[in-house]
Design a protein around this ligand. Structure first.
Ligand SMILES: Nc1ncnc2c1ncn2[C@@H]1O[C@H](COP(=O)(O)OP(=O)(O)OP(=O)(O)O)[C@@H](O)[C@H]1O
Length: 240
């Protein structure tokens, strides 16, 4: 169990983000309680990546607030983010994990132990000394998830983690993600892949033009989408 109070729920409270003179995110409000895998779904340009970056603190809302559970200030390391194209340092697989841990202030022996645990957990032990940049796309994404997992996040943000991958590598990453959720890690990920959302999501947050149009259980979203935009998207009609 956690030795300190949870950072969850996360509360996104009337958040807007302005850029290039446009309102790219418009009055977004939702909560993320602990548990489950929520998918941010929506067409290209809907604002999925921006939403994740705002939640993770990489961008500051122009209006509104991102709030973590009471008393969670200063525990930003309990949420981690995995990007669409993972950034691999020009170092070994193991050193990529160790570097992230060092940056998070984890000291020597614990760093080694956690890095080894992460390599074993994600099937990368035999690759430990190889150059990370020479891994395949699927292996790099696996390493990116291992690197985030080593930080022991309560909440993991993933931005289109499989959009660059073939179906076999995609399936592998999806299995890993289901495993993380079973371990108790809460996941918020973006995708525009409907099949993936159907396979993984317990909850769907449907975005369109920077607005949250629907927030529903995956079951009810797919069975009975409430908005015309979501119905069009599910029918393959909503491009923008
Ligand atoms: N920092 C920024 N400044 C200005 N405009 C931006 C910025 N970041 C993103 N945008 C624009 O905001 C809109 C939403 O972008 P975002 O990347 O969040 O969409 P998305 O839903 O993740 O799309 P995709 O599925 O194509 O990745 C796009 O029109 C994008 O060009």
């Amino acid at each position: 169990m956690r030795d300190v109070a949870s950072i969850l729920p996360l509360a996104v409270d009337a958040v807007s983000f302005l850029g290039d003179g446009r309102r790219l995110i418009d009055g977004l409000s939702f909560d993320m309680p602990a548990g489950g895998l929520a998918v941010l779904l929506g067409p290209n340009g809907a604002g999925k990546s921006l939403t994740l970056r705002l939640c993770h603190g990489l961008l500051t809302p122009s209006q509104g607030r991102i709030r973590w559970a009471a008393g969670a200030e200063g525990r930003s390391r309990r949420h981690a983010m995995v990007f669409q194209k993972p950034i691999m340092l020009r170092r070994s697989v193991e050193a990529n994990i160790a570097h992230a841990l060092a940056a998070a202030g984890i000291s020597g022996s614990e760093r080694r132990d956690r890095a080894r645990d992460a390599l074993a957990r994600f099937g990368l032990s035999e690759r430990a000394t190889q150059a990370a940049r020479l891994l395949s796309g699927g292996e790099q994404q696996r390493l990116a998830i291992a690197r985030a997992w080593a930080l022991r996040p309560e909440l993991l943000f993933l931005d289109e983690p499989t959009s660059q991958l073939d179906p076999a590598a995609t399936r592998q990453i999806e299995e890993l993600l289901s495993g993380l959720v079973a371990e108790g890690i809460t996941v918020l990920m973006s995708t525009h892949d409907l099949g993936q959302a159907r396979r993984l999501a317990s909850r769907v947050l449907f975005l369109h033009r920077g607005r949250l149009i629907e927030d529903a259980s995956a079951q009810s979203f797919f069975a009975q989408p409430a908005s015309p935009e979501a119905r069009a998207f599910l029918a393959g009609e909503l491009i923008w």
